[in-house]
Design a protein around this ligand. Structure first.
Ligand SMILES: NC(=O)c1ccc[n+]([C@@H]2O[C@H](COP(=O)([O-])OP(=O)(O)OC[C@H]3O[C@@H](n4cnc5c(N)ncnc54)[C@H](OP(=O)(O)O)[C@@H]3O)[C@@H](O)[C@H]2O)c1
Length: 257
């Protein structure tokens, strides 16, 4: 569908930054979900994406998940070829730890520009891991310590997927919401009213207030939902330390150590 829009609107392609991913394969070769970051896999997937998107290049190609069978030298060779052909302008990764990025980076010869991770008021492991060092509660969170810091140190943009928590706090509550979820939805609505904005912009502004300069990825294709996100940068700029912490502590349902 996106390719059709690009085809119908000449000139649009040059005015946007287009990013796509490769690496996850569904129901192929008699397998359920598996990963393929082989050199051939990367080249084939990019060429298929370009054909579907009806464009000659993507601004960012993202490796969707680490493939345990990937060979960093082979990945680097495929990426080098795609860049030399002008089909890929920059490389990103997704769901990777700092050390996994580092292993790739050693071979790549081009900087990894982004790492896409699930980050939201609901999925807080990225944040909890930064304060629960040396704390028993930290064992509840499986997030490689140092990943956020690695990305900051190397200028790798953190892209937050699931940033709206699928609407959990903004009108699409769970069937049986927890006390923390209810309280968070209430606080998000209260802050939205005080700041004359939307709950969506509060949620995204909370992420963007973090100094890692997080870039939220929004999963909706609905114009109204996209519009509801438009104040996020302004909300981030005006969010006080107290408001930021109150949102975090309310969502986690207990005080931080
Ligand atoms: N790198 C990865 O491994 C990975 C994994 C998952 C996703 N992603 C990327 O991240 C993007 C966003 O992730 P996501 O789609 O999981 O997260 P999201 O943006 O938090 O959630 C989007 C979904 O929640 C619904 N939603 C949001 N607010 C709502 C509300 N108030 N009421 C009802 N429904 C509401 C949206 O429905 P509507 O369509 O009705 O707005 C949409 O289906 C995806 O498009 C994808 O590109 C990446």
């Amino acid at each position: 569908m996106f390719g059709e829009v690009l085809a119908q609107m000449p000139g649009l392609r040059e005015r946007i930054r287009l990013q796509t991913k490769c690496g996850i394969r569904l129901n192929e070769q008699g397998l359920e979900t598996h990963y393929d970051l082989s050199g051939d896999g990367i080249l084939t997937r990019v060429n298929e994406s370009l054909a579907r998107l009806r464009t000659d290049y993507v601004d960012v190609l993202m490796l969707h998940r680490p493939d345990p069978l990937m060979d960093p030298a082979e990945v680097a060779s495929a990426v080098r070829q795609l860049m030399a052909e002008g089909k890929v302008r920059a490389l990103g990764v997704s769901n990777m730890s700092g050390s996994q990025i580092e292993v790739l980076q050693d071979r790549l010869g081009t900087p990894v520009v982004a790492n896409q991770l699930e980050m939201s008021l609901l999925k807080r492991a990225w944040l909890e891991s930064t304060v629960l060092v040396n704390h028993a509660e930290g064992t509840d969170y499986s997030f490689p310590h140092g990943t956020v810091e690695y990305c900051v140190r190397h200028g790798i943009t953190l892209q937050a997927y699931g940033a709206l928590a699928q609407g959990l706090y903004t009108g699409a509550p769970a069937a049986t919401p927890s006390a923390a979820e209810e309280a968070t939805a209430g606080l998000v609505a209260q802050l939205a009213a005080e700041k004359k904005t939307t709950g969506e912009s509060i949620l995204l502004g909370w992420l963007m207030r973090h100094p890692a300069r997080i870039a939220p990825v929004i999963g909706t294709a609905k114009p109204d939902r996209i519009r509801a996100c438009a104040d996020a940068a302004a909300v981030a700029a005006g969010m006080t330390r107290a408001q930021w912490y109150r949102l975090w502590v309310t969502a986690r349902g207990s005080n931080i150590p």
